[in-house]
Design a protein around this ligand. Structure first.
Ligand code: NDP
Length: 329
């Protein structure tokens, strides 16, 4: 059968495309322009891969894109930390963009919808993931839309709030349309090899940028925003496996392999890739992050059987891939 993947040219989106193709689906990926479609076609030359151009998430017309599609994986959403206008840059495309595709999918007869949310939409305490707590699917970020739109919150908080309301839009829609089966995937921060087209490491996706900044000679350790991790291939696999997994209907699939502070990541790189030492920032003596929450990943790991790669493998795959890209770009 044919599925639609939005944001197919993104870091995670491209891995979802690959996993879905490998699982035998015909995959149609949406991108914002024909030029991006052409680039992506080069990355996925398979005849089972098609593209559709939808220039705008909020107003885009999906009629053509949804033809003969049985399920939608909605992954497109802005993930940036630098926000000039919280509404325009993050909240509107995330939330109204989700509502737009929900309506279009349902109108086109699609009954299965998987959306990429984030672990950021989950913690219900002010200390967030830096708390001695186990978070599960019933927990929700307390930040409100009004707070996020006010322009006073850090970009990262606006981003996770945009995802919270985008995910809520999908749950509200599912409540109104019980024949429409929604699953949300809430990954922790995702690292791993880049397989989507990028022209420069300056346009690297936000999560991998954190690892790259440890080895690009900038000599600064980025702030710990999400001290828990998962790998991109496993995360993509969760999306694809959920497609025909009835136990995931109506569920939030949280996914964390384990803790990953910037300090821990730097330790992994320093130990395994000592030849990069002159690029490292000064390594602190102790990890400034004291406590990290636990994430209930039961559905991902037990129901879907996706266990995830360990931190060392994830980080080293990412580092090696970034060094290769450095040479190529
Ligand atoms: P990328 O920035 O690599 O990909 C984002 C994708 O969304 C791209 O295809 C991008 O298209 C598209 N997109 C972004 N903004 C818009 C917009 N305004 N209109 C249309 N398309 C847009 O990010 P990731 O791959 O990391 O993120 C993919 C999804 O995963 C997002 O939903 C994100 O919230 C979620 N996520 C990511 C995590 C991570 O650590 N990476 C963790 C948890 C969740 P274009 O190339 O044209 O900009």
């Amino acid at each position: 059968s044919r599925i639609l993947v939005t944001g197919a040219n993104g870091f995670l989106g491209a891995h979802i495309v690959k996993e879905a193709l490998d699982s035998g689906y015909i995959v149609r990926g949406t991108v914002r322009s024909q030029a991006k479609a052409d680039e992506l076609k080069k990355a996925f030359p398979s005849e089972k891969f098609e593209t559709a151009v939808v220039p705008d998430l909020i107003t885009g017309d999906y009629t053509e894109a949804l033809k003969d599609v049985t399920a939608v994986l909605h992954s497109a959403s802005p993930f940036t930390m630098g926000v000039a206008d919280p509404k325009k840059d993050l909240l509107d495309p995330a939330i109204d963009g989700t509502t737009n595709i929900l309506r279009a999918a349902y109108a086109a007869g699609v009954k299965r919808f998987i959306m990429t949310s984030t672990i950021g939409a989950v913690p219900n305490k002010q200390e967030g993931l830096f708390a001695d707590t186990t978070y599960g699917p019933d927990d929700w970020l307390p930040v409100t839309y009004e707070q996020a739109a006010s322009g006073t919150l850090p970009g990262f908080v606006v981003y996770i709030t945009s995802k919270k309301y985008a995910e809520s839009a999908a749950w509200d829609f599912a409540k109104e349309h019980p024949d429409f089966k929604v699953t949300a995937v809430n990954p922790t921060i995702i690292y791993g090899p880049v397989i989507h087209p990028i022209s420069s490491l300056k346009s690297l996706n936000a999560s991998n940028m954190a690892i790259y900044s440890l080895i690009n000679g900038s000599k600064t350790i980025p702030p710990d925003t999400v001290p828990v991790f998962c790998d991109v291939v496993s995360t993509a696999r969760i999306h694809v496996k959920a497609l025909d997994s009835e136990p995931t209907y109506g569920k939030r699939v949280l996914f964390a392999k384990g803790p990953a502070t910037m300090y821990q990541i730097l330790q992994v790189i320093a130990k395994a890739r000592p030849e990069l030492a002159d690029r490292f920032p000064p390594i602190p003596e102790v990890d400034p992050v004291a406590v990290i929450s636990r994430i209930d990943s039961t559905i991902a790991m037990d129901t879907l059987g996706v266990k995830g790669l360990e931190l060392e493998e994830t980080v080293l795959q990412t580092v090696d891939n970034l060094l290769e890209l450095e040479k190529k770009l």
